[in-house]
Ligand binder design. Structure first.
Ligand SMILES: [Cu+2]
Length: 286
């Protein structure tokens, strides 16, 4: 994992170095891990295994597309030079070359297969929740998100855009919210996504998540966040005039802190703490 971390760090600060600016990685507040940076190159650092795979796939595609661009550009420059009227006044009359035609069909097909295999593997990896330890539900609404915790009495709250005048020092315009989604670190979390009105999309770049929120349909993805911190995203499906005003802020905390937070929420919403009684009510007596 170390080489990848180093590489993405380089990508982020690369342009700043080129511009002669100091490599101010310290300018990023430690707790804000999932956020775009000015002059950032490349993707956000990976906070989940899914995003690590997205990085790997992105880097593979970068190699392939660079090789194609270099090859085609070289071929065109060579042809323009070699067959210029002054060097080749008498054009050849050939119109067919079976071997060449098979090659320029088969090689692109092979390239697409090389891309398709890891692409489908990644799609299934993003889709499948492995041994989920917690389920949360994100509901898109015009124009804010609601988050529900079905495993803990199904309390639900709204997460609204924080107005510019209310922003604290370490908060961000159009990204910070009144009450973030809270998740425990190092836990497999199943994230169910739906909508109460129109199409929205739940997207958190550092998690490698972008899943449509469809009214009447429950979509699913997952995250296992490695480090506690703040991670940001935005609704990514144009959903009306307030589309830009429904950011996603995820506060990832250590498991013990998460459990304490759940207790506080249950007290606030008048929900009995997780007890045998509650499990029995749900038909899950232990
Ligand atoms: Cu939306």
């Amino acid at each position: 994992m170390q080489p990848r971390a180093a590489r993405t760090g380089f990508q982020r600060t690369g342009l700043a170095l080129l511009a002669g600016a100091p490599a101010a990685s310290g300018a990023r507040a430690a707790e804000n891990l999932g956020k775009a940076e000015p002059w950032q190159l490349g993707l956000q650092d990976a906070a989940t295994p899914v995003m690590e795979q997205v990085h790997a796939f992105h880097n593979l595609l970068l190699v392939i597309i660079t090789a194609i661009v270099v090859f085609v550009a070289a071929l065109m420059l060579y042809a323009a030079f070699r067959f210029h009227e002054s060097r080749n006044p008498e054009p050849a009359g050939a119109s067919h070359n079976t071997l060449l035609e098979i090659a320029w069909t088969a090689v692109p097909v092979a390239i697409l297969v090389v891309i398709a295999i890891p692409s489908f593997k990644l799609l299934y990896y993003q889709d499948q929740v492995v041994e989920s330890e917690l389920t949360v539900k994100a509901i898109g609404r015009q124009w804010y998100w609601s988050y529900a915790y079905p495993d803990h009495g199904n309390f639900e709250y709204n997460s609204l855009l924080k107005q510019d005048a209310d922003l604290a020092e370490d908060e961000y315009r159009q990204l910070s919210v009144t009450k973030p989604l809270v998740l425990p670190a190092k836990t497999n979390v199943r994230i169910q996504i739906t909508s109460s009105d129109v199409l929205h999309a739940f997207a958190v770049p550092a998690f490698g998540i972008k899943t449509d929120a469809v009214p009447g349909q429950l979509n699913e993805t997952w995250a296992r966040v490695k480090e506690p911190g703040m991670y940001y995203g935005q609704c990514s499906e144009i959903c009306g005039t307030g589309h830009a005003d429904m950011p996603i802020a995820v506060k990832v905390v250590p498991r013990a802190e998460f459990d304490r937070w759940v207790e506080t929420q249950q007290a606030t919403y008048g929900i009995e703490p997780d007890t045998d009684k509650q499990l029995a009510k749900a038909g899950m007596a232990r």
